[in-house]
Design a protein around this ligand. Sequence first.
Ligand code: ZN
Length: 280
Amino acid sequence: MSDPSSGDWDVHVIEFARSRQQRMAGLIHGAPFDEVHDLPFSFVLARRADKVVLCDTGFMREGSGEAIAIKFDVPYWISPLRMLAEMGVAPEDVTDIVLSHAHFDHMGSIGRFPKARLHIQKREILSWHEAIALPPAFGFLTEIINPDDLRHAFDAAVEHRLNLVDGDVDDLLPGLHVRLGEGHTMGQQFIILDTARGSLVVSGDCVYSSRNICGHNHSGMYVPLTNAIGAAWDQLKTIDRINKAIKGDLDRLIILHDAERWKGRPVVKEIDGFRIVQAS
Ligand SMILES: [Zn+2]
């Protein structure tokens, strides 16, 4: 375990929801048709010195957040705020939120962190504003978007708490780096954290499974997503960038929807069946 008062990030993965009988073939190309999982949903808590950072925030099951959770059949849920309280973190303690992308399950509770500075790729926010303004016939693009989340991001902009990141940035915060990873969405980013056990990568939804990197049956051929609005071409280039960032070591990769629930990493707490896992 790393010491948050040192120069390294102390990193935990916090599970807060699971979908029901999610068909893997609907997420990654070439998965067996009958492979289903109660797929976990998670975000990351990273602490270092005076910084309390979330990589994504999960979502709240209320109002439009409840409606979209029902639409995508995510029946198993615990409040992300409750899970953070288990780690001694109150909402006002959170200094920064680095958002991988704008899907409801990744930024659905940003309105609950009144002091946090939000960091999201400029292209991610602007592309959704463009997509959501298109005629209803283009609704496929924005199916996983909750417009209220974009409203909350706009509120943060008015309060000068929204940082629109433009591409790759080293040391966005000391020892925290972001990389543009388009494919799943147009302005997705993945996050690199320097920790006592080396650099860790938070995947966002650039990958759903180690198979995206290793290939089916460890073929070595990258596997694109079926759940994406960007091109397979861009996705594979992003997967390659992640593979290089982890130097081929999958133990360095935090997959937010990891069907194996971060196997091999120590479980720090388990609350109502939802895990908090030490990643650093
Ligand atoms: Zn997503």
